[in-house]
Design a protein. Sequence first.
Length: 420
Amino acid sequence: MTPVQLDHTAAVLAQMLTFKQPADAVLSAYFREHKKLGRQDRHEIAETAFAALRHFQKISAALDTPQAQPRLAALCALVLGRSANIGGIKDTLRLNEEETDFLGRLKARKTEFSDGLNTAAELPQWLIDALAPHYGEAEILQFGRRINQPAPLDLRVNTLKGKRDKVLAELQAENVRAEATPFSPWGIRLHDKAAFNRHPLFLDGTLEVQDEGSQLLALLLGAKRGEIIVDFCAGAGGKTLAIGAMTANKGRIYAFDVSEKRLANLKPRMTRAGLTNIHPERIGSEHDPRTGRLKGKADRVLVDAPCSGLGTLRRNPDLKYRQSPDTVAKLRQQQHSILSAASELVAAGGRLVYATCSVLPEENEMQAERFLAEHPEFELLDCAGLLHGLKISLDTGRYLRLNTAEHHTDGFFAAVFQRK
């Protein structure tokens, strides 16, 4: 890292560490404002800023107000998160004596940082308190350490445009470190952080970026050609596109979302993927009258509910500090309301999938059990059995429960219901 890159990293962290906006949005806005920064500059700044987020508990233990001392926070990130040698950076970054002494004391405290669970696991106290009723201290520590490692890049092969084996061979021939994902029959995992959005296979719609866990949610929905399908919280449409490929453009897929901007992002992706049977539609809320025309008519309904996102902390480490018990409580109310409203669209014999990218049982199993208690017209299907029927050897029980430590995916949950 150069002194100029360090200055830019400090400027980014001064905004990021307030946790008022998503970290990736802060970084994107900063890079737009500083167009002269080169590729290597951006890489160094981004890696160090995200290292600061991943090690924020330890940095907070060493600095009273990290956001008010962003240069020191950046230096902490280099030592704690990027294994920088103090002697090496002392001259290159022109550190003064006070900064050098501070980093020496920081390194000496490494054993002390392992004493408290919040610093050892790099988790804020509120999240430890939320996990404690359900998991032991060793499980919480393992969770914190696993999600503190950067995620690989998972891709989904669009089966309308290519076959996984052929695409994988093509990537490997380009010396890309790529392998087939162990569970999803569509997935490819990249171990190098490449800028993939300019690759010809991405540009022509053969490949989409999508975590393997997210691909499994689409597989559990089990969409078939000619069916009426609703993606109730479509967002930018990653799972909508996967569902579209499953139906081979036959049938009708409604992509509902409350955000016009997210749906606008879906439209060019549909075109690139060669899909013509998706109908994006903005709704005001889960109770929007426009959904009423589909009441009792949908063969499949997917509810990828708004959630805390705590299963995606490998990619979004700032979420630990942007969520709280209050935000999770509000999300739980919203999830319950959305799931109830979406269930009304399901036809007799139709399938309803409730999913989150959370690791909190309050957002997952407890929501599913509450839904079943309130809706006796639905029954729970066994996720392990459904996956076995698709020749996917993954058994997490009646519910799909994916975790980073065991499955190397983001944390995902799914419950599959069927209207009797």
